[in-house]
Write a protein that binds this ligand. Structure first.
Ligand code: GLV
Ligand code: MN
Ligand code: MN
Length: 420
């Protein structure tokens, strides 16, 4: 009998709904739980309460990652943990599913293990990684990056947020500066269930994706400095307008991406100073998010940005300063785990296709230190990072069932018939 028969999907839906309310405001669409903010603290408190309700051992590490561990037989307690995870921080005006689904589905799987009366042959746990979104602190996927040894804890704690506060100070303020050393928990394998956040599954009518590759990500902040001057009196040939340069570069990048095989380029923030209707701005700062599944193509795109900036800035008499914020190469997930996901889906009669992830995920960091893979469920109309993000309950449940039985297979457990 499958472990998934012990799942309580109704409780997963109820917890997703309850979490989705945290960080909402009557006049603002969606929910906003930026990492280490007040709403993130409330969501963390709620998650910890749910972990305790399943009688899990809760650990918080030094960068605020939250773990809930179902302890095995004491003779197996030293073995590496089978970990299921994702994140509960959000972007600004977010949907309800991104990250939260994966964390709460993990909790549902641990609850199923409890309901089936299984003492697993190794620790099994869930993790909610800190600052996956990277909106408030860069780089993104920061908690997972730290666990994977990609950034020293001291450097993480010294990061300064977009609103000017130190990571370590915020962590103390919200009460999540834990004692565990990130990376000290050896990981046997890592699984992440997530909404696709893109159009592929919805368009093909397939229920699940077995993610085999995750594309590379390059983030930078670009500051262009010109000269503030009077909007009415300054002739065009005397202007040093950084916004004109930004506009030229952004438009040229769209053409570049259109002509490339798979590069995408996004400017998601843009600020002008002094930002007044009748003043040519002296400074423009914007962020650039570049992605491509091919690392060489991503490197070429980065070089092209430099060339565009140099050409247009010099023509306008504007200076350029670029600050790298994140650079992660594409990741190929563990082939054995990806095959297991497809196989378990097949055994349930759930359609599943191999898929490349366009979004960044904690799994992409943990893949550095442990076999990792991801399961995707469809996103209606491919919409995400938007309050309209939606996945049908039946799809959420299909993903949950497959995650649960992949976990059972990894643990090599069989369960007895449900008595009720
Ligand atoms: C996270 O959602 C990202 O892909 O930026
Ligand atoms: Mn996510
Ligand atoms: Mn996201």
């Amino acid at each position: 009998m499958a472990l998934s028969s012990y799942l309580d999907a109704a409780l997963l839906h109820a917890q997703l709904a309850a979490l989705s309310v945290i960080g909402t405001k009557p006049t603002v669409p969606g929910r906003t739980r930026l990492a280490l903010g007040d709403a993130d603290r409330l969501a963390r408190d709620q998650l910890v309460a749910w972990l305790r309700a399943v009688d899990l051992t809760v650990h918080i590490d030094a960068v605020g990652n939250i773990y809930g561990i179902l302890e095995p037989d004491p003779r197996c307690a030293h073995l590496p943990v089978l970990l299921i995870g994702s994140h509960i921080d959000t972007v600004i005006e977010a949907g309800a599913y991104d990250g939260c689904y994966g964390v709460l589905a993990g909790v549902a799987v641990l609850r199923a293990l409890r309901a089936a009366g299984v003492t697993p042959p190794r620790p099994v746990g869930i993790v909610a990684f800190s600052n996956e979104e990277g909106v408030r602190f860069q780089p993104d996927m920061l908690g997972a990056l730290t666990v994977a040894g990609g950034m020293p804890v001291a450097d993480v704690l010294d990061l300064v947020s977009t609103d000017g506060v130190r990571y370590g100070d915020e962590l103390v303020r919200i009460g999540y500066a834990g004692l565990m050393v990130p990376g000290s928990l050896p990981i046997h394998a890592y699984l992440e269930l997530h909404i696709e956040q893109g159009p592929i599954l919805a368009a093909t009518g397939v229920s699940l994706g077995a993610v085999h590759t995750l594309q590379g990500i390059s983030w930078q902040r670009i500051t262009l400095s010109g000269v503030a001057n009077h909007a009415g009196t300054t002739p065009l040939h005397l202007r040093h307008d950084p916004l004109v340069v930004a506009a030229q570069v952004i438009a040229a990048l769209r053409s570049y991406a259109q002509q490339s095989t798979a590069t995408v380029a996004t400017v998601g923030t843009l600020e002008l100073a002094p930002s007044a209707i009748n003043v040519i701005p002296h400074t423009v700062t914007f962020t650039l998010d570049l992605r491509d599944p091919d690392n060489d193509a991503l490197t070429r795109a980065e070089a092209h940005v430099q060339q565009l900036l140099a050409t247009h800035a010099s023509a306008e008499g504007v200076t350029v300063h670029c600050t790298p914020l994140a650079r992660f190469a594409p990741v190929v997930f563990d082939a054995g785990l990806v095959d297991t996901i497809s196989d378990v889906a097949r055994s349930h009669g759930i359609s599943c296709i191999p898929i490349v992830s366009g979004a960044g995920h904690d799994a992409q960091m943990i893949a550095r230190v442990a076999p990792s893979a991801m399961i995707y469920v469809p996103s209606r109309d491919g919409i995400s990072h938007n309050p309209a993000e939606y996945t049908a309950p039946t799809d959420l449940e299909a993903g949950l069932r497959v995650l649960c039985d992949v976990v059972a297979r990894q643990l090599g457990i069989t369960v007895t018939e449900r008595s009720n």
